[in-house]
Design a protein around this ligand. Structure first.
Ligand code: 5GP
Ligand code: ZN
Length: 180
């Protein structure tokens, strides 16, 4: 199961000035500040493994396994629905580039690629990010799917949901999902 409780303070430190950027979107409303924006403003130590003009990737401070990387947009966007499409696509390009390298560097056999988008989905840091989690057999971590408590829908219910999604995808006025 994904960890949902975090309570840690960041170590003060220094990162390069080029990681500093202007914040253009609201910060996490509940706390009034964002730890990932703080990191990119140089407020704490961070171990960066990749960076470009749009994205940065650094090591998770409390990794599931060694090599647990977070791919993060430089600008503050809270959830998947807040991300401009071009930024979202770029983050997945960066993740795709990093995945085989991280897996090899970590000596892992497999990977979980995880996004917790929104508080109900277990997102604790409200600055959108993609987890790259190197996995090994018997490492004790789990994303339990299928969900043991779920009810199995019948075919009619599955077909109805598939049709609903397909219909919404074809709606030219659709406003949900990534920003265009
Ligand atoms: P979420 O639960 O939002 O999907 O994941 C947030 C992740 O950010 C967690 O895995 C947590 O360990 C990581 N994290 C929280 N604070 C810091 C920090 O100060 N530095 C780094 N590098 N990672 C952090
Ligand atoms: Zn932020």
């Amino acid at each position: 199961m994904l960890r949902t409780t975090r309570n840690r303070s960041s170590r003060l430190g220094h990162i390069l000035p080029e990681f500093m950027h202007a914040r253009t979107a609201p910060l996490t409303p509940t706390t009034g500040h964002c730890i990932f924006c703080d990191l990119m403003h140089g407020a704490a130590e961070v171990s960066i493994c990749y960076e470009d003009a749009t994205a940065i990737a650094f090591l998770d401070i409390q990794p599931v396994n060694a090599g647990h990387v977070l791919v993060v947009p430089r600008e503050h966007y809270e959830t998947l629905q807040d991300i401009p499409k071009a930024v979202g696509l770029h983050l997945y390009q960066v993740a795709t580039k990093l995945i085989p390298v991280v897996q090899t560097a970590a000596g892992a056999t497999d990977m979980n690629i995880v996004v917790n988008s929104g508080a109900a989905a277990g997102q604790n840091v409200m600055h959108y990010h993609i987890h790259l989690i190197p996995r090994r057999v018997d490492d004790g971590f789990d994303v339990p799917l299928p969900f043991p408590g779920s009810q199995m829908p019948n075919r009619q219910q599955l077909d109805a949901m598939a049709a609903r999604i397909g219909s919404m995808l074809r709606d030219p006025l659709r406003k949900d999902g990534m920003k265009l």
